[in-house]
Every structure is written in structure tokens, then in C-alpha cells.
Design a binder for this molecule. Structure first.
Ligand code: ADP
Length: 478
């Protein structure tokens, strides 16, 4: 089977959040299972070429919309990558997102990918598109390019981001027929919606948890696009993301001072987690002696409940614990608020607020924490709760989307592996956080039993890629 993955992130060389990690983890696992997987990605100027091997020019020159391009090939994390270099300056911005012309950049990337596939003209079983940035490829492949592709799958990693654009944006990449992309939002009657285009034109659409697939059908979470999700619900499914167990392996993680595994004796696990805390205290010259350690590792955007993270921080401190936050915001208003919050806690022996994207530090933090707080307003799948559990850190989450499908509190049909609150308000969070902290302080044995149970769960791609396998098989069955 041959699968081509199109997306604009790939961990660790171009990662902003879960999207890059999922494309990498799924591709590596499928490759391991002898599927031929090719990942196409822009050749951003910031790519760390030291993390690439066998980098070479694959196609020295081809044109797209009058611009010259080259395709490079390389391997990274066990995956075969194809990196699009363009004479435009679209991928020389030092970042993936946040440019005024993001729509034009990704539309161009989409068209150039299909020009490249046309040039190669090799049979493809599944063209796998990820999120709105490349969703238009479904339309391009069906309306303009005639390619030997058996089926097109669109995976929605976050339905909030839809790529609203103007008719001339699509005309600029040669698409004159775009009437089916009319935005469902009455506030934008003239806009076109790229994610909607993907939903309409792809052969199948899936999202990254069963609960989120259901939630997208509701106006509360799907928004105006819920109308389209309901219309196409017969080709919509949802299954969970996995985690890459090679990158995220506490028994073999270069970022940890001491390795530990689910099979290690409990005292060894606890000692290794303490060693991670010692390393963090040293790195930040902070006492952080109060336990438990509660923390969040997240983009600070409204989706992630930054106001609830702040409540969590204040309450943890009041209950005698420490709070550690690793995350920053692309939104100046939120970042400013958290900068102020950091000032408030300067000199506190119980708080660490670190506003950077730091992959290595995140590994150390997952190991060092006792609890990870994920109070999202909505969450398509969420990876941090899965990573936390793998590192023996108990998740405290709001029961929405993939959080609801992976974290189970007392009384759930599954054995307890964390703490869940339902209502989106500080009181519900406070009650659950207090319950978790009291358990930690008064029932250490029960807490440790949960830690061991969490580490033994299997949310690996080895397990979860089976859902993709079955879907690919169904889609290509003729
Ligand atoms: P999303 O994709 O919506 O941001 P996910 O939970 O699916 O959320 O994935 C987030 C990923 O990004 C996780 O691997 C998490 O560890 C990582 N991450 C988020 N913020 C930071 C940060 N400041 N530093 C390092 N890693 C981060």
C-alpha cells in the first residue's frame, strides 16, 4: 500500500502542536508495518537539517503557477520526507503560522504538491490530507488534476481552524469552480471555507477521537460548520491519536536524569521522578519543595482554558502544592496577562511559569509532575494527557472530546486513570483538583497504584494505527 501524507507540520523539525507529532508518529508506525509512506512538507527556512539524513535534491526544477520549485528528499524519524523548496518567499518566514498571507502560502503549497505528484505520476492508494492547510487538495485532485489516486482521506485535527478565504484566493491557484465551499457562517456570506471544501470533496473524513466526531455535529462545538458535518456524517468517523513510543519513552529518554519503565519497581519509578524534579529545581534555581507538583504544558489559547489554568495555579498553591506552567501564547493579550501573572509569583517557592516552546524541557516536566491539568473548552484528541500518563503523571482534565475518551475518573465504566470534571467553570475544576490533591496527600498508596496503571496503558501508534489500517483497506477495497 502506498500512502502520501500532506501536512504543514512534522515533529520534531517543524512542530507547533499535536499535528506535527501525529503526522510523524502515524507515518513512522505505518512505515514500520511496511506501508510505503511519503510525507510532503514545505522546506521551511528554519528546518534543522542536522535532524535530516540522506538530504538530496530529488526533482531539481518544476513549475507551479509560474514559480520555480525544487523537491528535496530526506529521511527523518524513520520516515521518507519530501521537502518543497519554492522560489516564492512563502516558506522563508522563520515560522509555520502567523503570517498575513497564510492562506496564500498554504494554497500554493497544496497546488505545488499536486504538481509534483502529477510529475511523478505513481499510483497512490491513499492521499491523506491533514487539516485546512491542504484540504483544498481534495478539490484540486478531483477538479483539475487527474491522478492515479484510489481514495482521498481528510483528517481534521482541529475543526476550529478552517481557512476562510476569498474567491480570488482560489482563483489564484487555478480553481474557478468553488461554489460548494460557501462558508456556512451567516456572518461571512461571501467567504469560502477551505476545510468545508475538504469535507465535501474527500472520500472520507475522520477526526481524532470518537467523542469529538460527535461533538462536531453540534452547533456548540462544530459552530456554523456543524451543518456541513451533519450533511456528510455518513463519511465521518473519529478515532484516537496514538503517541510515538520511541520519542516518548521514559526508559530511554535522553532528557531525563534517570530512566524508568512501567515494569520498574515502584521505588525506582518514584526515585526517577524525584531525580527529574531535582534537575528542574537546579535548572531554574527554585526550591519548589511543596508537593504535589501540578502543571500544564500547552499553547495558551482560549481552547485550552487559560483562565482555568490560572485558577488551577492559584488553587494548587493554596492547597499547599506547586504549579509549573510550560507554554506560551501566540495571542498578545493572553501572553500579556500571563506575563503579569508571572510577575505576581516572582520569588514564590511554589510556582514556575516558563513561556517558551521547549521540547526537551517538556520531557523533563512530564516526568517530574505529579498531576497534569488539561482544562480545555474543547479538545479534538489531546496528546499531553497521554504523554503524562506514559510518564506516570496523573491527568486532571475537563471531560470533552478526546480527553473524555482517554481519561476516566472513579465510577466510569473503565478503571480510573485520572480525574475528570464536566462543567466549564472554576468551581467544578476546584472540586476535582482538591480531590486529586487530597488523594496525593492522604492516600499515597492509591495514588501510586494509579500511577502504575497509567504507565501500563497502551496508547501507542502500534495499537492505534490499526484504525487507520482498517480505514485505508475499506477505502481502497474495490
Ligand atoms: P495542540 O495540538 O492543540 O496544541 P496537543 O495536546 O494535541 O495540543 O499537543 C500539544 C503538543 O505540543 C504536545 O506534544 C505538548 O507536549 C507540546 N507542547 C505544547 N506547548 C509546549 C511548549 N511550550 N514546549 C514544549 N512542548 C509543548
Amino acid at each position: 500500500m502506498k500512502v502520501v501524507q500532506l501536512g504543514v507540520e512534522f515533529a520534531p523539525i517543524a512542530k507547533v502542536g499535536g499535528l506535527g507529532e501525529v503526522i510523524q508518529g502515524l507515518s513512522r508506525e505505518l512505515t514500520r508495518q511496511k506501508v510505503q509512506v511519503d510525507v510532503i512538507l514545505p522546506k521551511y527556512d528554519f528546518l534543522d537539517v542536522r535532524k535530516l539524513s540522506k538530504l538530496k535534491v530529488e526533482v531539481p526544477e518544476f513549475t507551479c503557477l509560474g514559480h520555480t520549485n525544487a523537491m528535496w528528499s530526506a529521511t527523518c524519524e524513520g520516515c521518507s520526507l519530501h521537502l518543497l523548496e519554492s522560489s516564492t518567499n512563502y516558506f522563508r518566514r522563520g515560522k509555520i503560522y502567523g503570517c498575513e498571507d497564510d492562506t496564500a502560502r498554504f494554497l500554493y503549497f497544496s497546488r505545488a504538491c499536486l504538481e509534483y505528484l502529477k510529475l511523478k505520476n505513481e499510483p497512490i492508494d491513499i492521499l491523506h490530507l491533514h487539516d485546512w492547510h491542504v484540504a483544498v487538495c481534495a478539490l484540486l485532485a478531483k477538479e483539475i488534476f487527474s491522478l492515479p489516486i484510489k481514495a482521498i482521506l481528510l483528517t481534521i485535527h482541529n475543526g476550529e481552524h478552517q481557512g476562510r478565504s476569498a474567491p480570488w484566493d482560489l482563483e489564484a491557484i487555478g480553481l474557478k469552480k468553488h461554489d460548494l465551499l460557501q462558508d456556512d457562517d451567516p456572518a461571512h456570506p461571501k467567504a469560502l471555507n477551505l476545510l468545508k471544501g475538504g469535507i465535501v470533496y474527500a472520500d472520507w473524513v475522520n477526526t481524532v477521537s470518537p467523542t469529538y466526531a460527535k461533538e462536531l455535529l453540534t452547533a456548540a462545538i462544530g459552530g456554523p460548520l456543524s451543518k456541513t458535518f451533519r450533511k456528510y456524517k455518513d463519511k465521518l468517523s473519529g478515532f484516537l491519536n496514538g503517541i510515538d513510543q520511541t520519542t516518548w519513552d521514559p526508559s530511554n529518554d535522553p532528557n531525563l536524569p534517570k530512566p524508568y519503565a512501567a515494569s520498574s519497581p515502584l521505588p525506582e519509578i518514584l526515585a526517577a521522578k524525584e531525580a527529574a524534579r531535582t534537575a528542574l529545581r537546579k535548572r531554574f534555581s527554585l526550591p519548589l519543595t511543596h508537593r504535589p507538583w501540578v502543571g500544564s504544558i500547552t499553547r495558551l489559547v482560549p481552547q485550552k482554558g487559560p483562565e482555568l489554568i490560572e485558577h488551577g495555579l492559584r488553587q494548587t498553591l493554596a492547597l499547599g502544592g506547586s504549579f509549573l506552567l510550560l507554554g506560551s501564547s501566540p495571542l498578545p493579550k493572553i501572553q500579556k496577562h500571563f506575563d503579569k501573572l508571572k510577575q505576581e509569583f516572582v520569588g514564590s517557592p511554589q510556582a514556575l511559569l516558563h513561556f517558551e516552546y521547549d521540547e526537551e524541557l517538556s520531557h523533563l516536566l512530564f516526568a517530574a509532575l505529579d498531576f497534569l491539568l488539561v482544562p480545555s473548552h474543547f479538545e479534538p484528541c489531546g496528546l499531553t494527557q497521554l504523554l503524562a500518563m506514559r510518564y506516570g503523571t496523573l491527568p486532571i482534565v475537563r471531560g470533552t472530546g478526546g480527553l473524555k475518551d482517554t481519561v476516566f475518573d472513579e465510577g466510569a465504566p473503565h478503571p480510573q486513570n485520572g480525574f475528570v470534571f464536566r462543567d466549564l467553570d472554576p468551581t467544578a475544576l476546584a472540586a476535582t483538583l482538591q480531590r486529586a490533591i487530597l488523594l496525593f496527600q492522604n492516600e499515597q498508596e492509591k495514588c501510586n497504584a494509579l500511577l502504575i496503571r497509567d504507565m501500563r496503558q497502551d496508547y501507542s501508534w502500534t495499537q492505534l494505527s490499526k484504525n487507520y489500517f482498517n480505514l485505508f483497506r475499506n477505502l481502497t477495497f474495490t
